[in-house]
Write a protein that binds this ligand. Structure first.
Ligand SMILES: Cc1cc2nc3c(=O)[nH]c(=O)nc-3n(C[C@H](O)[C@H](O)[C@H](O)COP(=O)(O)O)c2cc1C
Length: 204
């Protein structure tokens, strides 16, 4: 199959649906923010990764909704400059999915999805108590790919604190993928777990 986007007038939704079945597995950021009025918000984003080691920077990407406007997470980050990213593990897949519901900005999405907020060290958005890893971030910049429906708004955040539960640590002080049991998206409604692993020594 060849999809030539310079000739084919496929919709952006068709292209998106195909691409998210091969840009896989995508880790999931469960992003905690607060609105300017202090309402807690929580939503999952699988357009997520670490993109700089020094300084340590993560990015996630709220798309522009089909009806236009901005997702609450993006609006909150713009208003406050702060967010927390919690790692999504297999045991919290269901409440994570609940947190993806489209809800009005005045709804506390911790309460709605059944997650427990825990105070962060440096930022106002709460940590997710049920997640073994929470990363506190300060907004660095936002890069927007326009304002059409589906346009990406890439949020870059500098990591300022990392909370890791002892239960997911290996003896070397790093996360053990088998203990972490993080989940990732594979397109459609399919997910993967970080428990199917193999090692590959690096070439000299
Ligand atoms: C596993 C998963 C991953 C998602 N990834 C994204 C994403 O990368 N970008 C995005 O815009 N929406 C993504 N969504 C949808 C958002 O979570 C959803 O639109 C949510 O309502 C946004 O919340 P907010 O308006 O409170 O920010 C994802 C949903 C799920 C279940």
């Amino acid at each position: 199959m060849l999809l030539d986007l310079t000739r084919d007038d496929r919709t952006w939704q068709d292209v998106y649906k195909l691409c998210v079945t091969f840009v896989v597995p995508r880790p999931i950021a469960l992003v905690s923010t607060v609105s300017a009025d202090g309402v807690r918000n929580l939503a999952p984003f699988s357009f997520y990764n670490m993109v700089s080691a020094n300084p340590p920077v993560v990015m996630f990407c709220p798309g522009t909704p089909s009806k236009g406007g901005k997702k609450d997470t993006l609006r909150n980050v713009e208003a406050t400059g702060e967010f927390v990213v919690a790692t999504v593990t297999h045991s919290i897949a269901d409440p994570m999915n609940q947190a993806s519901a489209s809800l009005p900005p005045e709804v506390d999405e911790f309460e709605y999805s059944g997650f427990t907020p825990r105070p962060a060290l440096h930022v106002r958005p709460a940590l997710v108590a049920e997640s073994p890893v929470n990363v506190e971030c300060r907004l660095d910049r936002i890069v927007s790919f326009g304002d059409l429906p589906g346009a990406g708004n890439v949020v870059f955040g500098r990591i300022i604190a990392i909370h890791v539960g002892d239960a997911v640590l290996a003896e070397d002080g790093l996360c053990d993928p088998l203990k972490l049991d993080a989940i990732a998206r594979l397109g459609r409604l399919t997910y993967a777990r970080s428990t199917d692993v193999f090692d590959l020594p690096r070439p000299r």
